[in-house]
Design a protein around this ligand. Structure first.
Ligand code: NAP
Length: 343
């Protein structure tokens, strides 16, 4: 398995990680299936897992911790601190310090370490830009966690270009690199290429971790066949991604326009040309659409991209691992050009 460095942090991870957001009751996946999926990941060299304290209100971290303990083989764990919000019940329960203070991050970190049953987090990320205190104050708390040996590398999620730069500069004052920026990025959601995210990450040596690399399964083509419908939960997620409440997108469409139009991911007719392009590349290499979608991320030469597709079964692990043993050509990459970008 090829290893990649998380930014300039010296933390090395496999070229592809595993998203565990749906390893919760909401994901309709049994604990037995999670254990089998986990083992299949490690058997295939995928030992970098991404979770968050808010996934299932701690359930994802707990089940991942149970798998780590039972399986016993070494892993790398990324998790996330959720800044205080009434929307996240877990963040309202913090007690030791004012729950609105950046120091709450250190309390949250201890909670994650406990649920995961590990003594350090390989990549600790702030889940979204904070609204109550400054980014610099949160990065100071992150630096404290690194200095205490509880965190190896620091990342941010859903930050725009200015926020990425601010986090980088605050950490740099403490001699710590900002390792990663996690953003929604896939063949159907390409704003990071043009909204300054990629430019900042390239300049600052920050790795990009794209979430929803398969557009919640849409890019596997499984909803292309008539009869199989996108689950309601995914539809809601895609809809919010489309509205883009975190403002990572620059385009001329007004919020009103977006509210009353269908997300691209749900528009079968407009997707078909993309599936045709993906299908031709898949056929040329004996690959699946999912493997093409992930390989397109892996072969980005502008920034270091480390995808973390969500995987819910052994079959999905075996399929997604097939994204790693080949490289689409430059000419093939060029086929995913402006046409799809502006769909
Ligand atoms: N920081 C953030 O704000 C943020 C936000 C969202 C996600 N994330 C992270 O990013 C990870 C990945 O994103 P995601 O899980 O939302 O979306 P995704 O990776 O685009 O899609 C994953 C889903 O696609 C389906 N799938 C995966 N591989 C497949 C295959 N080979 N064939 C057919 N179906 C397949 C599975 O769902 P079904 O079996 O149900 O179809 C799976 O749960 C998350 O798990 C989480 O760790 C972070």
């Amino acid at each position: 398995m090829e290893l990649k460095e998380l930014g300039k942090s010296s933390v090395m991870v496999p070229a592809m990680g595993v998203g565990t957001m749906l390893w919760t009751p909401r994901g309709s996946i049994s604990e037995q299936t999670i254990r089998e999926t986990y083992s299949a990941c490690i058997d295939n060299g995928l030992n970098f897992f991404d979770t968050a304290e808010i996934y299932g209100n701690g359930a994802s971290e707990r089940v991942l911790g149970a798998c780590i303990k039972k399986d016993g083989r070494p892993v790398l764990v990324a998790t996330k601190f959720a800044p205080p919000s009434p929307m996240n019940p877990l963040t309202q329960k913090r007690t030791t310090v004012s729950k609105n203070s950046p120091q709450a991050l250190l309390e949250a970190l201890d909670g994650s370490l406990r649920r995961l049953g590990v003594d350090h987090i390989d990549l600790y990320q702030i889940h979204m830009p904070p609204s109550k205190s400054s980014i610099a104050d949160y990065m100071d708390a992150m630096a404290e966690a690194v200095k205490a040996g509880k965190v190896r590398a620091v990342g941010v999620c859903n930050f725009n270009e200015a926020q990425i730069r601010e986090a980088h500069s605050a950490l740099a004052k403490q001699g710590i690199p900002l390792a990663t920026a996690m953003v929604g990025y896939n063949l159907l959601r390409r704003w990071p290429e043009t909204n300054g995210t990629f430019a900042a990450c390239r300049e600052l040596g920050v790795s990009v971790i794209p979430y929803a690399p398969l557009a919640e399964g849409v890019l596997t083509g499984k909803y292309r066949a008539k009869g199989k419908r996108v689950p309601l939960g995914y539809k809601v997620a895609l809809y919010f991604g489309h509205l883009n409440i975190t403002k990572d997108r620059q385009d001329s469409q007004s919020l009103m326009h977006r509210m009353f139009s269908k997300p691209l991911e749900l528009d079968g007719k407009r997707l078909e040309p993309l599936f045709q392009t993906m299908g031709a590349i898949a056929a040329a290499h004996g690959k699946t659409l999912a493997q093409v979608a992930i390989n397109w991320l892996l072969t980005n030469d502008e920034v270091r991209v480390i995808p973390i597709p969500g995987m819910k079964s052994v079959g999905q692990v075996e399929n997604n691992i097939g994204a790693l043993d080949w490289t689409m050509t430059t000419e093939e990459r060029a086929r995913f050009s402006q046409k799809e970008k502006t769909l």
